[in-house]
Design a protein around this ligand. Sequence first.
Ligand code: DI6
Ligand code: FE
Length: 401
Amino acid sequence: MRTLWRNARLVTLAGDRGWGLIERGALAADGERIAWVGADEDLPRELDVQSEHDLDGALVTPGLIDCHTHLVYGGSRAAEFELRLQGASYEDIARAGGGIVSTVAATRAASDRQLFDAARARALALMAEGVTTLEVKSGYGLDEANEARTLAVARRLGRELALTVTTTYLAAHALPPEFAGRSDAYIDAVIDWLPRLHAQGLVDAVDAFCERIGFTPAQTRRLFDAARALGLPVKLHAEQLSDQGGALLAAEFNALSCDHLEYLSEAGVAALARAGTVAVLLPGAFYFLRETKLPPVAALRDAGVPIAIATDHNPGSSPTLSPLLMLNMACTLFRLTPEEALRGMTVNGARALGLRDRGRLVVGQRADLVVWDLEHPRELAYWFGRNPCTRVIVGRAAGAQ
Ligand code: DI6
Ligand code: FE
């Protein structure tokens, strides 16, 4: 089934820099893949097309890729937000038994149906702003059954909604109450559950929260060894609140990505560059926790580390459902250029998930497209609190409904 879109302003992001803008562009999809892309006037006559659409000069980008979310959970943490406004820090609250662990209690108490319905509503909100690929982490179950349940909800989102969902096992997110004072024993348990969850097809990657209030580099290493033994790629929440040397460890394991990175050292930047690991920056968490230490963007850029941008949607540190606001904040707070921000949520977001088949509008990539009511792609990072997305098109395999 060939579908042709004509009269579009295509933001292809072809090549390593620039927007790759094609004015009066045309794009043909064959099944779920892009079969032809170029200037309308160069369209080959022999192209066999079943349906044709005129986009009336609208701007078209690749589908957005939100490569870091914690989308499946019960409850909210609005009361904790109020405590923080009164002066309590995120770490204080976590140490007092609130924080992540309070969401674990609410998640365990929620039914499958409640978890799915809430996650589905969140996914639909992300999709309304152009997301076509979404990573979802576990990490609010923290026992085998509840980690399995949350990962299964993520898989179901991918089956039932028009988007790709990848899953990441983040049981090493916080210490559940039943393991209080026994963090090494908890890591043993996390390692024990992993092969069974993987055998059920629930795990695409493995992540950990390497932090003073999370797990040590030595514990993270044990988990990464277990991931490697199963052939699973790793990612890491590293250097968010302090420098634990997590990036060095992640690079040693050729991690797909290291995420947060406000406290990343020079040695950490060099290690990411050598390993080809993506730096995923999360301006929503930086903003919402009122952090002041900026990630070393200039050093990452100079070292050639690919930078991705994601929502980090979660109830504690980034309760946002606006990928576009994240593009804006990546520029205003982290001083990325609008082009770097968009590449961060397309080309480099794909790389942070190990996906090579998306992120650019070039032949052979997935035909995941977003149509915007905008004049120029720099406006994606310019407006905030406005949704100019008019249409999301997800490539469908030939024969699919
Ligand atoms: N870092 C974060 O920003 C989220 N997880 C993590 O390791 C926050 C999760 C939460 O507070 O619920
Ligand atoms: Fe996170």
